[in-house]
Design a protein around this ligand. Sequence first.
Ligand code: THU
Length: 128
Amino acid sequence: MDLLKEAKIAREKAYAPYSKFKVGAAVLTSDGQVFHGCNIENASYGLAMCAERVALFKAISSGYKKDDLIKIAIVGDTKEPISPCGACRQVMVELLNKDAEIILGNLDDDIKRYSLEEILPYSFKELI
Ligand code: THU
């Protein structure tokens, strides 16, 4: 499963008329399902939703649970592999399996792989 390739396909659907910065994400479940997400912006700029949160929310709203979500890939047209925003890191801590792999990429196929603890150390947790 080339999850970065899936994230690139998702990126093509981005709705980013304001920033023109397209982001794609793909979440892999333990039973092999892939959920795509892209960023979706709004004329009221603060309402923009990031690609990785769209993908995670699609998986959860389709009935998958935290422990089923084992990998996420995120891609943007960046010099180095994309760096997800802080809000998305907090959402990943909440919704991904604790051992999940976070694959960050760019269009040149530069890749970095992180764990949740690496990408957001000492994160806020209440029930998890
Ligand atoms: N964006 C994402 O989709 N994911 C991130 O991790 C960083 C930022 C989007 C939000 C906005 O539509 C555009 O990129 C520029 O910030």
